[in-house]
Design a protein. Sequence first.
Lengths: 266, 266
Amino acid sequence: MRNIRLTLAYDGTNYVGWQIQPNGPSIQAAVKSAIEKLTGETANVLAAGRTDSGVHALGQVANFCTESFIPCEKIRTGLQRFLPEDIIIREASEVDESFHATYSAKQKRYRYVILNSRMVLPFLRNYVYHHHRELDAAVMQQAADRLIGTHDFRSFESQFPNKACSVRTVMEVTVGRCSIWPVWSEPIQQRQETELTNCRGDYIRFDIVADGFLYNMVRAIVGTLLKVGEGKWTPDDVRRIIDQQDRSQAGETVPPGGLYLVHVDY
Amino acid sequence: MRNIRLTLAYDGTNYVGWQIQPNGPSIQAAVKSAIEKLTGETANVLAAGRTDSGVHALGQVANFCTESFIPCEKIRTGLQRFLPEDIIIREASEVDESFHATYSAKQKRYRYVILNSRMVLPFLRNYVYHHHRELDAAVMQQAADRLIGTHDFRSFESQFPNKACSVRTVMEVTVGRCSIWPVWSEPIQQRQETELTNCRGDYIRFDIVADGFLYNMVRAIVGTLLKVGEGKWTPDDVRRIIDQQDRSQAGETVPPGGLYLVHVDY
């Protein structure tokens, strides 16, 4: 039995999310169906992060087992033939049988993109969150620094209790302005440092890296940082909100279209 | 009777085009319906360019007549309330009764955007044309220069004869690489010179200004310039194609998603 690892990018706009659900098309169902058409076997495909409806991926990771002998590059192109154009298989590789896309993940990077301009254009409406009021990215970064470390993040979890334990470790939260829509056709990390740092521009990019995320955690964190960026709350309020362990104290859950699962580390 | 001029941006992905048609939703029908809801009158709204299905606009211009006394800024916000989020009213102003969006237009600027990279990401699939083979933008510019002037452009017209006369005057064709998706949240022309000129990058932008365009003319011109960019044809072939006055000699009509009506001059 071979264990195949896939790296996927997808546009989540027209899906109910990664996970198969009765109420609409899911990424998981589309990928499962493509694998079954390619291999002729019943497939079980699991992913690193169960992205919600409308949430996108640049580097989602999934895996499935197969008896087939199809070479990996042919798996990639073969699956692509059975997939709609809003789901892209970036890579397929054979991995050790112990690899599990969900449980082997060490940390994940999510990105949230805000278009902070007076004027709206219709093209990015599903790919950024348009926020027309002025935001102070520097003070949002100060607030973001308060999130680093191991904390009980239940103040940022929708529908608590969703998971047995709401303690997570956040390794990085960076907030920066950029003049270009920070979703490229090239691998992200190569370009990140040079093009984004301290740049002026209409986009604000939030990058959050943690060992795991609670339900809607990134979107509640961004909603909270927005309050700070608007001057309604201070960076120290973020510490208070963590300590209060009460979802109603944090900011709103921002819409899904600005959110991207960027990368998973194993 | 007041004559109201509108400037619109729209995402043409989900429409059959500007013009009302029996086979699906049109931009014109959406705008007409919004005007009728706002004013209570039957409206007739006409535009500078009848964009096709899947073609976008940054600066389409339309006009309609009304007996209503609603101030222009309230017309803008009022219409927006009755429009879906993929159609944006950028401006509403009162103009002389002689103004006609279609017939008063002196020249129009269209832009075509190509993503020239090996890798595809799913997000821009309706907003750029992905062309993975390498393209030489400099030689495409040389070919583009052959289009300048007053010519019979029937070699670039789909379903000839569509219009009584296929002679048009092309004032500008510029081809340039850029590292950012050249569709901004801010007015285009301010940023164009500084950010686009001679820049390296994955995007190729074609800007074409003419006193009028034949059916599918921009997309046939871009398809022709692509052949030159790939090294299959030379810049001089473009002159030959114009002279032959035969659509079958020119390149293919490229897909609609990369095309934007940028600006109309009156």
